[in-house]
Design a protein around this ligand. Structure first.
Ligand code: C2E
Ligand code: CA
Ligand code: CA
Length: 561
């Protein structure tokens, strides 16, 4: 039996009754003396002294606010500053309702009103409070998150309920704070680093809940919870937390359920806050507020995640191919294709990559999915070579998450070499924003892939913040102008000038230019005039399934011959 349990079973609890009013102290003592050991103090000074000499045996303090030599507020403030005294529950004895608020903010757990009306209820409340604190100690003993020192989830939930009971009139929020790609952080930077990150977040949260009143828990891995008084604006919370972390490698997603209905089961509320956090995609959005539509989306996404492994095995993922045409000759010529994945889901039908790629980037599945695409594409190229006698260059998308995969190059090489596709017919599209995020890693990956003879395309050029750096620092072969430029081209003449400039720049540095999202004949004419080499977009064709793309090749090559 552990020490605390042992004590619980064997001995009487000890109360410290701090009250200068002898009669009121005697009355209280009489309620408890059968079941408790009683210590008495009659002034602030005496209370502090008894707390310091008998701390290890006191289980709860009943505190009068008005006493000579240091009133109850002085004691409560001293308690805030002393870690050991803070572990004890304090119940304030009061005749005035209006001091309760101040006491509450000083961390008081409960109140007993004078004159004492119902001894059974008073005793029951004291016992319950002690139990709760001992539960906490037990949980702390056996299950505490030693690392962060925050409450375990079990105790956190109990405390939420107690908080609701103690303060039914105050609105509260449930906040779920998750480090995204925590596993990756662990793998990349090691356990010591991620432990430091967790401790750092815990420190911030502890300070925050101290300030606004509430509790924080480290639930698992990179996940934290906060239950606190309602905040109108979480932007400053987020800003302060990010400033506190000061690390660009840590990304957070924060889900908030504001003004929680206290009657709802806490697990449900925690689940909602967690789902809201999970619903955030990408690293640019950090927090989101609960609404029921978001939740439906999250359930759908969970279903997708749960069915991924089987779907991959069942080959439900289909690679589509979108043709790219070279438009600078006399005749537009099919020059290559981009591989774009689709999920033909048995229940939900065709699902676009915009829906599942961000999910799989979040949980790491993207690496398996892309490895599958790498193989499928190479196999397809080899098949077309058999049929048409040529290797059609195809570009595959390399996710920002793939960049961290130490086996990426090996996987690509294996996929391509297995079916003997020449490396210069295999293009790798790397989005500009991946470069903005992980410059050094992208540069070394791209350099190494180029040494092996692969061609590199910068995707979504102009969408990020490092467009000019990317040109000067990254060795690449093809520049793909981001789709938004096509959309904007009609809006403002300046956008045409930007496209012209990018195309001129490509010429100058000897890179092939590709414009994507080309939908109209006007776009096409403009781009041809400005010397754009290659065009991809609905103007020519949507992405096509394998058999339709094969038919398109057949037509192209017949016409061409
Ligand atoms: P992306 O690489 O920028 O791909 C271009 C997207 O534009 C494709 O969307 C394509 O279908 C669409 N598109 C093509 N022509 C036009 C047009 O004329 N107008 C408009 N409005 N859109 C056009 P899709 O197939 O939905 O893919 C979305 C994104 O998902 C891709 O953006 C890419 O980032 C990602 N993705 C697709 N397949 C893969 C994959 O196998 N692996 C990885 N890692 N990401 C993929
Ligand atoms: Ca692409
Ligand atoms: Ca793109």
């Amino acid at each position: 039996m552990d020490k605390i349990r042992e004590r619980e079973v064997q001995s009487k609890r000890t109360l410290l009754i701090a009250d200068d009013d002898v009669i009121s102290g005697d009355i209280l003592s009489s309620f408890f003396e059968k079941e408790f050991n009683i210590l008495r103090a009659y002034s602030g000074k005496e209370t502090l002294k008894t707390l310091s000499t008998h701390l290890d045996i006191i289980d709860l303090v009943l505190l009068d606010i008005y006493m000579p030599d240091g009133d109850g507020f002085t004691i409560l403030k001293a308690r805030q500053e002393n870690k050991e005294i803070k572990k004890l529950p304090f119940i304030v004895i009061t005749g005035e309702a209006d001091i309760e608020r101040d006491c509450f903010y000083l961390g008081v757990n409960d109140f007993i009103r004078k004159p004492f009306s119902n001894p059974e209820i008073i005793v029951a409340r004291v016992k319950r409070m002690i139990e709760l604190y001992e539960d906490r100690s037990i949980i702390k003993e056996v299950k505490t998150d030693k690392l962060t020192n925050l409450y375990s989830i079990e105790f956190f939930k109990k405390f939420c309920i107690q908080f609701d009971e103690a303060k039914p009139d105050i609105s509260k929020d449930m906040v779920s704070i998750n480090i995204t790609r925590f596993r990756l952080l662990n793998e990349l930077y090691g356990k010591n680093y991620s432990d430091e990150v967790l401790k750092n977040i815990a420190k911030f949260l502890e300070h925050f809940v101290d300030k606004v009143k509430g509790f924080a828990s480290h639930t698992s891995g990179g996940d934290f919870l906060v239950y606190c008084t309602h905040q109108d604006d979480y932007q400053s919370f987020v800003n302060d937390l990010l400033n506190h972390l000061e690390s660009s490698s840590v990304h957070l997603h924060i889900g908030i359920c504001p003004n929680v209905d206290p009657l709802l089961d806490k697990d449900l509320v925690i689940g909602r806050a967690h789902n809201v956090a999970n619903s955030i995609q990408g690293d640019s959005t950090i927090y989101a507020i609960y609404d029921s539509k978001v939740e439906e989306k999250v359930f759908f996404e969970e279903e997708l995640i749960n069915s991924f492994k089987n779907s991959l095995k069942n080959r439900e993922f289909k690679v589509f191919y979108q043709p790219k045409y070279n438009i600078q000759g006399d005749k537009n010529r099919l020059s290559s294709a981009e591989a774009l994945i689709r999920w033909v889901h048995p229940k939900h039908g065709m699902i676009s990559p915009g829906v599942f790629i961000p999910l799989f980037e979040e949980n790491g599945f993207i690496q398996q999915l892309d490895a599958y695409v790498f193989e499928e594409v190479a196999r397809q190229q080899a098949e077309w070579k058999e049929k048409f006698g040529i290797y059609l260059p195809v570009s595959v998308n390399v996710s920002r998450v793939d960049i961290h995969n130490p086996n990426l190059e090996k996987e690509i090489l294996e996929a391509v070499d297995k079916v003997h596709v020449p490396h210069d017919k295999y293009y790798l599209e790397i989005t500009e924003s991946a470069y903005s995020q992980d410059k050094q890693e992208v540069i070394s990956l791209v350099t190494s892939l180029k040494e092996k003879g692969f061609l590199i395309e910068i995707d979504d050029f102009g969408s990020g913040y490092s467009s000019l750096n990317v040109i000067s620092e990254l060795p690449f072969d093809v520049l793909k102008i981001d789709m938004v430029f096509m959309k904007k081209i009609d809006e403002h003449p300046m956008n045409r000038d930007i496209v012209k400039m990018i195309l001129a720049l490509c010429k100058k540095i000897g890179a092939t230019s590709v414009a994507e999202g080309v939908e109209t004949v006007e776009h096409y004419k403009f781009l041809k005039e400005c010397g754009c080499d290659v065009i991809q977009g609905y103007y020519f064709s949507k992405p096509l399934p394998e058999n339709e793309f094969t038919a398109l090749m057949e037509r192209e090559y017949q016409n061409g011959r």
